[in-house]
Design a protein around this ligand. Sequence first.
Ligand code: AMP
Length: 253
Amino acid sequence: MKIARTIAELRAQPRDGSVGLVPTMGAFHEGHLALFRAAREENDVVIASLFVNPAQFGEDEDLTAYPRDEKHDAALADAAGIDILFAPSAEELYPPGFQTWVELEELGRMLEGEFRPGHFRGVATICLKLFNIVRPDRAYFGQKDAQQAAIVRRMVRDLDHEVEVRVVPTVRDPDGLALSSRNAYLSAEERERALALPRALATKDPQAARARLNDLDVDYVEVADFEPRVLAAAVRVGKTRLIDNVVLDKESV
Ligand code: AMP
């Protein structure tokens, strides 16, 4: 596996056939590996990006604390058959004078967007930049971040990009908790309390879900009209903010 740190280095890599891109912020777990597998199955060349995107973190969020272990991630990506790991610096992607942003007027301000102002501006901008840098045929996202997937799909449609957006079902621990890099912040006691989130969503009913989340600090529990429609929620367990969702329209993923 080649590690590319600059845009020029990435673009200089040989690429024969179809290209799949998996954008990530690292701290790989089985959720990321499911995306890698899907990309590996469907493309000749698979590129994963590893970039903790400062632009999608709010001022009081966990940018500096976000788990980083590039060596470990590189070993996992290599074992998963990734051909190129694109791991640029923040200066490479946001050089001095950077001032062009992608903003989704409605989708970017609801649900997560309401509680994390500017978050989806950062997400949409980095995804478009990665699409322009890598020029993939397909890009892979997790259903775990349902609104992010909806944002990327909408942006690709609105800005006439040619990339095909693929969404992979949420990977969960056996107890139901959706895998997330942020789960590493949870103490054993908090992790136990966090199980209320998947259990509440499993009701697939907003009212029943709200009742089951009574003991947690809830940001929202809402039905969101994405494709597919989901029941989505965000809760805080101690200092950790967790999001999750269940698909409503078809068999649960
Ligand atoms: P992150 O590194 O957290 O930005 O996630 C990178 C990609 O992995 C995003 O498209 C996420 O939606 C996806 N992802 C994260 N957790 C999971 C999970 N438990 N199941 C499926 N995909 C996931």
